[in-house]
Design a protein around this ligand. Structure first.
Ligand code: SF4
Ligand code: SF4
Length: 230
């Protein structure tokens, strides 16, 4: 899932306080699962913002809330279209993709981010999410016993550890597991340690963000005659 956390209330208040009517829009997908921008969090933020605006002398700003099932797909934004016309600003509690999808859909309404989008990760334990994938565009998990050194090794080393690991922890941060210790332990348990005798090739970063924003086109899914959306 995409993991995000909420911006602080004063930061959001200061972004929106020049407007008259602001619609907070939550999202029912990733940010609901990571407890940052679902219906519940959107309601709580709405109450906190109204209070913060009033205390700051901007009690006249109207803040309403709603949540749609998904912000990153235009069809799911349809139910919002009529309602959005009644507001002069939107604050999205979707991830960065959701915020930008709303901005594209409503070119005449300012759209502000209510969250800080963090990473692609998993729920590690109740209330704890950890990063697992950097979206490099050329997945090599098959080479590293299913553990990603690009994301989880602090130095992105592809050919073994740096030598600074102690007791399984990373030398950069003692609260982090050393990715290469994890890779070694798992490879040993799987009986595939010998596969690490071959040098791993450098990462092909052209598939990553360094080549500019990426696009996935599935011709077999595009509507006949219309071609992929530009
Ligand atoms: S190799 Fe790339 S795509 Fe695969 S988990 Fe790591 S960052 Fe993500
Ligand atoms: S200690 Fe382990 S995770 Fe940390 S930088 Fe070195 S090899 Fe990578």
């Amino acid at each position: 899932m995409i993991v995000a956390d909420r911006k602080k209330v004063p930061e959001i208040r200061d972004m929106i306080k020049k407007h008259k009517r602001v619609l907070l829009v939550g999202c029912g997908t990733c940010v609901t699962v990571c407890l940052a921008g679902g219906e519940r969090e959107t309601g709580i933020l709405g109450s906190a913002l109204r209070m913060a605006l009033k205390l700051d002398g901007h009690g006249g700003v109207v803040v309403d809330e709603c949540t749609i099932e998904r912000q990153c797909e235009d069809a799911f934004i349809d139910p919002l279209a009529l309602r959005a016309e009644g507001y002069d600003a939107i604050c999205s509690l979707g991830c960065g993709a959701g915020v930008q999808a709303l901005a594209e859909r409503f070119p005449n309404i300012p759209v502000y981010p209510g969250l800080n989008t963090q990473f692609i990760g998993i729920l590690e334990s109740q209330g704890v999410w950890t990063e697992k994938c950097a979206g490099c565009g050329s997945c090599r998990l098959g080479q590293f016993a299913g553990i990603c050194p690009i994301t989880r090794c602090a130095k992105r080393l592809l050919n073994g550890p740096c030598g600074g690991s102690r007791d399984g922890k990373c030398e950069v941060n003692e609260n982090l597991e050393c990715a290469w210790q994890l890779i070694y332990d798992r490879a040993k348990a799987l009986g595939i340690l010998d596969t690490f005798e071959e040098l791993a090739a450098p990462q092909d970063w052209s598939a990553s963000l360094d080549g500019g924003p990426r696009k996935v086109v599935r011709e077999d899914q595009c509507i006949a005659g219309l071609g992929p959306k530009a």
